[in-house]
Design a protein around this ligand. Structure first.
Ligand code: HEC
Ligand code: HEC
Length: 156
């Protein structure tokens, strides 16, 4: 890289920083100068209410409503399955993993959890009570239906 292109690159990064300062973009990095380390806000504890949460759409992997600190999920052990497997739920009273978790790529239902669904935290996540970094205008389908019905009712 020549000195000129290096200066150009640094210039672009600084210009990018200015855009961030105007609040047009949100990133994990707060608006600290590029050469300084910003003090991160402390992350509040995981929501541990044990209350199952409404899914935003039927196929959403449900959010985890409990702590999962130090739960081992690797070749040797899967802590989640000690409560959520078919045979464990009587003791744990946890919801059983659904039938899709037993299906292979061809849609065949296997006897045990499919390798595709073994690493639970690939899809299921805990939540923290924090302000979203990015604005989200998601509208639940029920609200959309209410809106449509309202329009139809009003027009007749
Ligand atoms: C000690 C038993 C136990 C372990 C271990 C456990 N869970 Fe749970 N889980 C529960 C119970 C009980 C519930 C029902 C709500 C509650 O009481 O928290 C639940 C609820 C859930 C739900 C919500 C389901 C729904 O329909 O809303 C998800 C998702 C979940 N757990 C995922 C996980 C994952 C992923 C792991 C491993 C990282 C895990 N759980 C480990 C007991 C457990
Ligand atoms: C590839 C993504 C993926 C992985 C990996 C995965 N799940 Fe799920 N899970 C989902 C989706 C999507 C749903 C909701 C639709 C469904 O039931 O298939 C779900 C539903 C669930 C439910 C609710 C079942 C019900 O009937 O309400 C539980 C509990 C659950 N998963 C636990 C687990 C556990 C424990 C693991 C790890 C062994 C795991 N999941 C791995 C995607 C995943």
């Amino acid at each position: 890289m020549t000195l000129k292109s290096l200066l150009l690159a640094v210039g672009l990064i600084l210009a990018g920083g200015a855009v961030l300062a105007e609040g047009e973009l949100s990133t994990l990095r707060p608006t600290a100068p590029i050469d300084q380390e910003a003090e991160a806000e402390p992350i509040p504890d995981v929501i541990n209410s044990d209350m199952r949460q409404v899914r935003n759409y039927p196929d959403q992997p449900p959010l985890i409503p409990h702590k999962i600190d130090n739960y081992q999920i690797d070749l040797d052990a899967n802590k989640c399955l000690t409560c959520h497997s078919r045979t464990a739920v009587e003791m744990s009273q946890a919801p059983m993993i659904s039938v899709t978790h037993f299906m292979n790529r061809e849609g065949q239902t296997l006897a045990t959890v499919s390798p595709r669904r073994y690493f639970c935290t690939q899809c299921h996540v805990v939540q923290h009570d924090v302000k979203p970094l990015v604005v989200n205008n998601f509208v639940d389908v029920d609200s959309v239906l209410d809106f449509v019905r309202g329009q139809q009712g009003g027009g007749e």
